[in-house]
Design a protein around this ligand. Sequence first.
Ligand code: GDP
Length: 440
Amino acid sequence: MFQNLQDKLDKALHTLKGKGQITEVNVAETVKEVRRALVDADVSYKVAKDFTNTVKEKALGENVITSLNPSQLMVKIVHDELAKLMGGEVTELKIDNNPSIILVAGLQGSGKTTFSGKLASFLKTKKNKKVLLVAGDVYRPAAINQLQVLGEQIGVDVYADLENKNPVEIAQSAIAQAKQNGNNVIIVDTAGRLAIDEQMMEEIRKVHQTINPTETLFVVDSMTGQDAVNTAKAFNDVLDYNGVVLTKLDGDTRGGAALTIRSVVDKPIKFISTGEKMEALDVFYPERMADRILGMGDVVSLVERAQEQFDEEEAKRLQKKIAKNSFDFDDFLKQIQQIKRMGNMKDLVGMIPGAGKALKDVEVDDNAFKGVEAIIHSMTKVERKNPNIIDNSRKKRIAAGSGTSLQEVNQLLKQFSEMGKMMKFMNSANGKKMMETMSK
Ligand code: GDP
């Protein structure tokens, strides 16, 4: 995410390394580089200039009273200002009305329908809500179908009426049905066009006025850079929405939209979408995003994702198996699947402080475990429980069955055996002593 911006800011902030003090001259040079990095990331010149003026002022002002060195001080100031630029505090979604109505608006292709599905799934699983999705895109039967498929996938009801071409009526009937069925959140997906046009704006304005939503969310494709900001402005003039959803942050986006939208429309970014899968939705935390942009990682989000997938019973079961030295390939496979559920690999690596930068040229993809999984799947049940019996002929069979090489099978077996030794050591008296010392 935002790799280019991250590299350039890193370089700009490095110019102060080794300098004893912040001076008018060296801060001016750094600030110029920071401004250039922002403009290259598609942040508007005015926003970038205001940003760097503040940074400069703060750097010169704080110079005397801090124990940080100039380079650390600059990183801190830039970090805090980036978080402020993106909105400072996190802004929660209002979902306490019964029912709460969420209207989802944006251009065609921005990711509205996908987001509506993700939000429904998020509210169902994390907030315990009974959600109704409403297919309001009357111009594209495919969009209605797409929402129905998503609804089925996540186990959420979908209201659709292929005969009716009036989005206001559809929304009204859907709300009536939701009240009858006891749905406490209604998410209304709407029609978008390829570009802003009067008719679309008028239509969405009418829907908005009639259903009086609790939350109106504007969905925007972050890959569209400055255009995203202009569209955000146009929709805000008509809808006065409550929050922004930035999609496609998993792509090669430069970051301009994320950094500029707040200062242009003064509406918070509430969610970011980082992939096509239903789980790829995150609440937007300005502070954490600033951490990521500056390559400081985002440990809090990483731990949260791990906790979401964490299953206490399973952890206890594993602990017992490790204690008895009976951790086998089936357990290993389960662990891999758990990691995979945490999300897109590149995204996860980016959350580890320093790792994003260090591994930026390394191909990390979701297929990273594919070979390992295939190898384990090609083992018999007995082999998974007792890897010791895997002799050469079994290895050859496993390699052929998994479409891997003998070398890859050997490598996995070796790693597994090393891991076993490690676990054995941790369970030994010496190992326990070492762990105790480390945790002090
Ligand atoms: P709509 O026309 O606004 O409803 O947009 P859709 O929800 O149909 O999305 C348009 C395309 O973008 C689809 O192919 C989605 O799978 C894709 N998409 C949506 N959100 C994301 C995202 O966060 N990342 C990526 N990579 N693709 C996305």
